[in-house]
Ligand binder design. Structure first.
Ligand SMILES: [Zn+2]
Length: 225
């Protein structure tokens, strides 16, 4: 019996190891596991609820936008929670410079992106996302924004208006005045220090670094708390 003990123990050990490997493989390959990392759609946060000193001007909820019609039924701005918290840190930095964040758009339902694409002339489509892939706005990981002056409460004069689809809107547009360069740098510096990256064609658009972790969503604002 004694001579059998080591081999039995070895057998038990290898069986246990095999089970462990099987369990790890099952867990790693199960949809539930991958979704727990990729599907965080229920964590969209409404920004003004985190900080009421952030201002919003959701032009897609009005007719004052490039589509010339109301694209959203409600003027609300959402981001995935980690992006929203990073945005609050950027806002705190910007306040020290005498400005606050003015938000134009955050999470955008996929069906709105589809309408933008369908109704934009092909020559200008570099400014709208292809609905075939969805956009970072659709994932709740992109934000369109500018600054407002804390003393006056008014929007600052950047190099162009929001949603100006010309080369003047480029993040590194060389024709900007010194005052405009300073303003865009205050915005960009605070945002990039918190994990956002500016879109080279649009000074107002920033993507959050972890956008790949989130799915393209088509949840209407009315269904978000
Ligand atoms: Zn954008």
């Amino acid at each position: 019996m004694a001579s059998n003990t080591p081999s039995l123990s070895t057998h038990r050990h290898s069986t246990r190891t095999r089970w462990l490997v099987v369990c790890v493989v099952v867990v790693l390959c199960s949809p539930t596991f991958s979704q727990s990392h990729k599907d965080e759609s229920n964590d969209l946060v409404e920004i003004v609820k985190l900080d009421s000193t952030v201002r919003i001007d959701v032009r897609y909820a009005s007719t004052n936008n490039f589509m010339k019609r109301k694209m959203y039924s409600q003027a609300r701005v959402f981001l995935q929670r980690p992006a929203a918290e990073a945005l609050m840190r950027a806002h705190a930095k910007i306040r020290k410079a005498g400005f606050g964040l003015l938000l134009f758009d955050g999470y955008r339902p996929w069906s709105v992106t589809k309408k933008f694409w369908d109704e934009t002339p092909p020559a200008q489509r570099k400014y709208v996302a292809n609905p075939k892939y969805g956009s970072k706005h659709n994932r709740g990981c992109a934000i369109d924004l500018s600054l407002y002056d804390l003393r006056t409460g008014k929007e600052v004069a950047m190099q162009t208006e929001y949603d100006n689809f010309t080369t003047k809107a480029a993040a590194d547009y060389p024709g900007a005045t010194d005052a405009q360069r300073r303003l865009r740098w205050i915005l960009r510096d605070a945002m990039e220090s918190e994990g956002f990256k500016v879109n080279p064609d649009e000074w107002w658009h920033f993507d959050y670094k972890d956008w790949r972790n989130y799915r393209v969503l088509d949840i209407p604002f009315e269904q978000l708390k």
